[in-house]
Design a protein around this ligand. Structure first.
Ligand SMILES: Cc1cc2nc3c(=O)[nH]c(=O)nc-3n(C[C@H](O)[C@H](O)[C@H](O)COP(=O)(O)OP(=O)(O)OC[C@H]3O[C@@H](n4cnc5c(N)ncnc54)[C@H](O)[C@@H]3O)c2cc1C
Length: 405
């Protein structure tokens, strides 16, 4: 199978999660013929109080990218400030959008409405073909790439499924943490276990969240309460040891609310109700290269997976995409040897920097040693008194300034 027309370069985008779907749409908007591949169309996740339990915090830079392709979901909920404090400390950090002359620091975005909006746009786009199937093999050549897919047929079981070959000039892999493209291209992977799981859900709280994102570093892992459009509903991302996560998943709702009220130090009063709870094993990983072949790039979680404590994963994936769009050559051949060397070096450096910083932060806050605790507190207090440093941190976190660029 080939793209509809051959008058412009064709690109295979593998994986239609947030990064792949946004990549396919952005490239189609630039005039490329795009074939977007995924195993299945997106499905709504578990819901609570009318909200998708799967949420991501998006930075202003990610918002701008999605707005540019008219894919910004109207359910996005802005947060204007952030409070960070810790279990053992007396100092807290407060970040306000107003300090960098902005209305908001970021948005809480439900994953299902985001994917639904992206898919609506993709299905209507004349330059996009969507093909459903699972990657079986990737064969890159001098002049193009062939992707062999296993397509499930109606009424057939997996063994009867027919393989289909798709070909294009270039391939962009956005097929997530277990990327089959990355594996097919033999890209080595570094992997760091955190020994943690993230417990996620949506809760109703006694006091309104005040459009503030709350993050408390507990010795066992960080707990985030992220504000939704409803003043009393927050999305929870609670990283913790695997044993504790399993035990807390098993609690009944009343006991879980009590435990969460205590863990959040009652910052929003009592946690009054909780939606379905889910838990994900947390690890960090980084591919050895973002550019495994002259005709293939890795983006998003296919390139690196990071701890969710800073809510940066999909934001980094959108950063990959923005950098790719900025590097797009004016002529049509995307696969000239070495074309993406600089892009790949920058993305790898950025990934390594974020990954190591998050690992360091996680380890620092997990230290129970009183001397380390004292130093941490002193450091937070010192940082809290330096407005210019806080402004720089906000600019970095919101994507207004990229420290590694
Ligand atoms: C608890 C938790 C909280 C998080 N919170 C945040 C946050 O607040 N902010 C943030 O920025 N990030 C957050 N993240 C990270 C974020 O969810 C990921 O970085 C993001 O989903 C990666 O998007 P992606 O499109 O690269 O990959 P994915 O979302 O994994 O999408 C990959 C796509 O590829 C498809 N696919 C996979 N294999 C194949 C195959 N063999 N053939 C065909 N298709 C295939 C899949 O079906 C899927 O659609 C969080 C993560 C966790 C675990």
């Amino acid at each position: 199978m080939k793209p509809n027309t051959q008058d412009t370069s064709s690109i295979l985008v593998v994986g239609a999660g947030p990064v792949g779907a946004a990549a396919a749409l952005s490239l189609a908007e630039r005039g490329y013929q795009v074939i977007l591949v995924d195993r299945a169309p997106p499905q709504p996740g578990a819901a609570a109080f009318g909200m998708d339990v799967r949420n991501v915090a998006l930075s202003p830079r990610s918002a701008a990218l999605l707005q540019n392709i008219d894919a910004w979901p109207r359910q996005a909920a802005a947060y204007r400030s952030m409070r960070v404090w810790e279990e053992r400390g007396s100092s807290a950090l407060d970040f306000a959008a107003a300090s960098v002359n902005r209305q908001e620091l970021g948005w809480l975005v439900e994953v299902w409405p985001l994917l639904e909006r992206l898919w609506q746009r993709l299905e209507a786009h004349p330059k996009v073909q969507i093909v459903l199937g699972a990657t079986q093999r990737v064969t890159p050549g001098q002049h193009g790439v062939v992707l062999t897919l296993q397509q499930a047929q109606a009424g057939a079981d997996a063994h009867q499924a027919a393989p289909v070959d798709l070909s294009a000039d270039f391939l962009i892999a956005c097929d997530g943490a277990s990327s089959a493209v990355r594996e097919n291209l033999g890209v080595p992977l570094r992997h760091w276990r955190t020994g943690q799981m993230a417990l996620t859900t949506v809760v109703r709280t006694q006091h309104p969240h005040g459009h503030t994102a709350w993050q408390r570093f507990l010795l066992d892992g960080p707990l985030a309460l992220l504000p939704s459009k409803d003043p009393h509903l927050c999305s929870i991302v609670w990283s913790q040891s695997e044993d504790k996560a399993r035990a807390r998943l098993a609690l009944d709702d009343v006991d879980f609310c009590r435990v969460l009220t205590r863990a959040s130090e009652g910052c929003l009063g009592e946690v009054q109700a909780v939606g379905p709870r889910q838990a994900f094993a947390l690890h960090q990983q980084l591919a050895a290269t973002a550019y495994p072949h002259a005709r293939a790039l890795l983006l998003g979680d296919a390139l690196r997976v990071i701890h969710p404590l800073a809510g940066l994963g999909v934001n980094l994936g959108f950063e990959d995409l923005q950098a790719l769009l900025d590097f797009l050559p004016p002529d049509t051949d995307l696969g000239t040897a070495g074309r993406w060397d600089k892009y790949a070096r920058q993305r790898l450096l950025r990934s390594e920097l974020v990954l190591r910083s998050l690992d360091g932060l996680r380890r620092l806050y997990a230290q129970d040693n009183p001397w380390v605790g004292w130093l941490r507190n002193a450091g937070v207090g010192w940082f809290g008194r330096r407005q210019w440093l806080q402004r720089k941190a906000i600019e970095e976190a919101t994507g207004l300034r990229d420290l590694s660029a």
